[in-house]
Structure formats: structure tokens, C-alpha cells
Design a protein around this ligand. Sequence first.
Ligand code: NAD
Length: 424
Amino acid sequence: MSKVIISSLYDSDTFKMACRQFDQAADAISLPEDIRDRTKYPRRCVAVALPVRRDDGTVTVFEGYRVQHNLSTGPAKGGIRFHQDVTIGEVAALSLWMSWKCSLAGLPYGGAKGGVIVNPGQLSEGELERLSRRYMQELIPFIGPHIDVPAPDVGTNEKIMGWMMDTYSNHIGHHSPAIVTGKPLSLGGSQGRREATGAGVAYLITRYLEDLRIPVKEATVAIQGFGNVGGEAALALSDYGAKIIALSDYTGGVFNAGGIDVRKALNYVKYQKVLRDFDGGEPITNEQLLTLKCTVLVPAALERAITAETAPKLQCRLLAEAANGPTTNDASRIIEDRGDIELIPDVLCNAGGVIVSYFEWLQNLQNFYWSREEVLQKLFAILDRAKEAVEYQRRKFKFGRRLAALTLGIQRVADAKQRRGLFP
Ligand code: NAD
């Protein structure tokens, strides 16, 4: 009965996709029935109405959500998305993936996610600040440094995290940096946090290229999504010596067989906001980018970009899922059946963001700050451990890499729930 109600609350393709992944992983490790639904469904969610005074004096009410999937292994942790297509089902799916990701990386967190239905590009700076502060204000009864710690995601950034931290700190009456991560350095942000997700993606790509015996300097890379994650991954990969042959954002893409100057592209986007009309190569569509012949394909935009229609046409050797859920379940099956593409699944590939968020939270709680070198060294050590664990699980059970990563993440959460017991 409860199962039906919860499923319909979150009803969406992305939530169904995350649940199907859970079911497959639970079957693969024979997870006992009495722990399954407890582990699968989000623990709680809030929906909030956010009235915001516009610059012209009118008021617009925006809708926002926060979904806390798991609180059994520590405070919940997860980003806040500002995007016009946000749904509560999408936010719930992202909260499940956060749980498995934190668990796989061995972080003492559960998963959460937040979202507001808004196109932030259509708000003035003042409107964006009022919306960010109002959203945080509405969440205050549900979050805290030991309850749920938000971070940036699509459409949010360190400036927004700073406003949110200030709103929370004003409410409780003292500086409380550990309430959010991904803050500016001057407000208790961590060295290396801004680039952490992309740097982690790039590091794992170099490790998997080593396994494939492909020198990074001979690798060509196509990246969909040129925001925080795609931009930083592009920069780190080009610094490792890889050739970035294609980049894109929601306005379309650019292709240059000789290699794109990533710093020039980043500088262009800093001022123009989008890649449209960037003159570093020929224009291409997002569809063309995904099916380009390249060594590494990095989807770093939104969920469900690679579909059953695209999957047979992929021409990469390594698919590095920098975005969350970029490959539909049907597409994933096709890729696995093809057997010629190695996959770095999202819960491993983009874990760098939450790992350095964890470091930021630790530094805030201790008021003791680390150098960038220390942060990156510790980040890469955790990614190496997680990669080794996935490879071991894969060999031991003859699983695909996604199933190996998910089963590890899910098993640890289910174990924690079982050992804690059921209250009352
Ligand atoms: P962002 O808002 O900084 O950038 C998103 C990029 O994707 C932009 O360049 C945007 O133009 C592009 N985009 C949006 N829709 C597109 C479309 N239909 N086709 C092509 N490009 C499109 O967001 P981000 O923080 O870089 O997040 C990107 C992905 O990485 C998301 O899936 C997010 O959940 C995931 N992620 C982010 C972090 C983080 O630390 N920011 C951590 C882990 C995972």
C-alpha cells in the first residue's frame, strides 16, 4: 500500500530509472525483502512555495523541494538544482543516487537533493539572491550541519551557497559554515571544491585509460555540458595532455579535430554565458557530439542524454558519466551488450564533488583548513579506493561496472539499516 503511494508521489521517468537500477542491484545481491523498500524509497521530502519580490515590484511564487533519501548513515548530503524542468520525481531520483555514491566512497552521509523550478538565467542578481535566501529560510526546520547539508548542483554556484549560509547563520545567531558546502573560500569554502567534481572525473579517466593502455596524450575527448563539471573536467583533461575535440552546452556545440583551446572557451563563456558563436571550431549539435568518434565521451549535462536511439551509434572507447543518470537503462543495456565501450558509472565518476564537500564540512566543523594539495591528494586516494572496490566486485561477481558500483553502495546502506534495527 505505502509502496503505491510513494511511487505515485515521485512518478517520473528519472525516478523509475533510479528504482529499476535499485531493483536490479537488490536482486543481484539477494537483498532480503524486509529491507528493500526501506532502503529504496526516500525517508522524507518537503515541498515549499517561495514568494519572491521581482525587480518590477510584482511577486512570483516559485516551487521548490528537498528530498532526504537516507539518514541512517549520517547527515543527508546533496546538491540544490535551479532549473525550469525540475520535478519532485527527478529530485527524489537524484537523492537515491547520492546515497549510493556517498556509501560507495565510504563517506559518513546519507543522500539528499533539492531543487527549485526556475530558469536562473531569467532572474536578475537581486531576484536570484531573494529566491536563494527564501528557499534556505523555508528549509531551516528540516536541515542542519548534522541533519542535512546542501551543496551546489545545476544552476547554482558558490555565490548562492554563500547567501544560503548567511541566511541560516543569521537565523541561528552565529556563523555556521558547515550548513552548506561549495561556499566561497572567504566564507569557509574548501580549497579545490570548485574544481573537485571535474578534477575527479578527469583523474578517473586517466586511471581507466591506463588500464586500457591508451596514453592520455593520444586520447581525444568530447564533453557534453560546459558548466562547473564539464568545464573543470575539460581543463583538467587538457592539462593531462588529452585533446578536447568537442564541447557543448544547451545552445549547441563546437568541434575541432585539432583540439579546442579550453581556456579560451572558458573565458568566452565567462563573458558570453553560453558557447553559442564561440569561434574555436565548427558548430555541431548535441546529438552529433554524443556520437562523435573519440576515445572518451563525457556527458556532463543532465539526466537521460544517452538513449536507446543514441547508444548503438556511440563511437567512444570510454564513457565517463560526469552527470548524474546521463544514460537511460535501455541505453545502458545496449552499451553493455555491445561490449566495446568501458563505462565509468556516475556514482563513481562524479563522486569527487561530494568527497571534497565532505572535506569542506570537516574543515568547517574543526575550524582547521587544509591546502589545495592536501585536498586533491586525499580526494584521489578515496577515488582510487572506490575504483579498486568496484573492480574487485566486478571480477568477483562478473557484474558490469554499473551493477558493481550500485551493489556496493546499496549493500552498505542496507547493512547499516539492518544493524540499527527498526524503530519502534
Ligand atoms: P552547471 O549548471 O554548472 O552546468 C550544466 C551545463 O549543462 C551547462 O553548460 C548547460 O548549458 C549544459 N546543459 C544543460 N542542458 C543541456 C542540454 N540539454 N544539452 C547540452 N547541454 C546542456 O551544472 P553542473 O554543476 O556542471 O552539473 C552537471 C551535471 O553534473 C549534473 O548532472 C549534476 O547533477 C552533476 N554533478 C554536479 C556536481 C557538482 O559538484 N556541481 C557533482 C556531482 C554531479
